[in-house]
Design a protein around this ligand. Sequence first.
Ligand SMILES: Cc1cc2nc3c(=O)[nH]c(=O)nc-3n(C[C@H](O)[C@H](O)[C@H](O)COP(=O)(O)OP(=O)(O)OC[C@H]3O[C@@H](n4cnc5c(N)ncnc54)[C@H](O)[C@@H]3O)c2cc1C
Length: 428
Amino acid sequence: MNIESASAVASLQVQAPYKDFDTIIIGAGAAGLMCAGVAGQLGLKVLLLDHAAKIAEKIRISGGGRCNFTNRDLDPRNPQTHFISDNPRFCKHALGNYTPDDFLALMAKHQLTHTEKHKGQLFCDQSAGAIITMLLDEAKQGGVDHRQGIQVKAVSKQGDMYQVHTSQGNFTATNLVVATGGLSIPKIGATDFGYGLAKQFDMPLIPTRPALVPLTFDGSEWTAFKDLAGVSLPVHIQVTGASNVDKTSFDEDLLFTHKGLSGPAILQISSYWQPGLDLRINLHTASNLDANFSGLKATSRKQLGNELAALLPARLAQQWLQSDAQLAALRERPMVDMPDKALRKLAESLHQWRIKPSGSEGYAKAEVTAGGVDTRALDAKTMQAKGHTGLYFIGEVTDVTGWLGGYNFQWAWASGYAAAKAMATETV
Ligand SMILES: Cc1cc2nc3c(=O)[nH]c(=O)nc-3n(C[C@H](O)[C@H](O)[C@H](O)COP(=O)(O)OP(=O)(O)OC[C@H]3O[C@@H](n4cnc5c(N)ncnc54)[C@H](O)[C@@H]3O)c2cc1C
């Protein structure tokens, strides 16, 4: 190289905007960790930041400490079936490109094993902590600079470079990935940072609400059920009360609590419920009570209360009869002497219990946050914000909410992977 061209290169180097990293990821939870490891191993220089003192607390506490990390029932042709979003098909591409089998392969590489439980739910045999260690190992292999307990004060953009102002100084990068999750469980680090950043870049938001959350009840219709805390039973459940409600229904267990209703049936339906709507619950799914009662009326001299207690949890059966003056008066009558009309009414009330929640236990108890960054403003293949080159949103901060059962982690893995691959293609 002659002196003239060497000095030209030197002057170009001086003029080029200084870049500390290819990618800065804010949020070292499920999505951020996955994204960091993949991006680092694909050759990007990555900084992964999180304000919490402890890493990935939501992974650690998930699945009773065993992390329900994905779900075998995820439909590879229609993966969006198990997700809720204003833009339902958005998640299909990323979920199709990073599947439960891909995550299982990663676990196998780290000698982690799993057990399948209820409805395709896969849990880590070792521990949720082992999943975190695995993701940290992957990030380390990718040379990721990982910093925990660092406050992000502001983000700005200069030219095509993102600048992140933090408690440990300012850092620049061509890509900024927002992986700060939703609002659920603020006491372990959830913030609205991601939504604020989306607003800063004029991106639309879908209103947020707690999801996968216990529901609360008040008023006179709830008085009868106050003392049933601890009673649990299988039910069929759906939302009702408006012509345009989503007809999705679930067959899961319901649990009475001191505050209202919980259990998988309620957590699942809470993601579809909106204030003002009712729930319709079939409290006896094992048989048709009309037919059952007709048979008992022909043969049984046992009292109504005793027969009902054989079909439902005994405390619920007793309370159900007590809560209706006419049925309470008939409680000790032998089945053979029961009026048909009263039995029909009883069967219908149990098969179609309609009750209106007054609210939910909120973000303090919600497993996830529904709503978030409107996915119409993101590219479905890359998670990049449309009109903002280098800005990516992944995981729960986006308006993609999975069903209970490992689907939310699968979205975190898949969206993190999609962004990492796209950045590696576009940056290197
Ligand atoms: C109790 C509980 C149990 C769950 N169990 C399961 C389960 O078994 N299976 C399943 O699929 N899903 C489960 N979930 C849901 C799942 O944990 C989330 O959907 C998933 O963690 C979302 O991943 P994420 O990376 O988008 O967000 P998170 O994992 O929440 O990570 C976000 C990260 O961003 C950091 N952060 C937030 N704000 C800032 C800021 N201002 N500056 C810097 N960092 C910030 C946070 O500290 C956090 O580390 C559970 C959730 C809860 C609360």
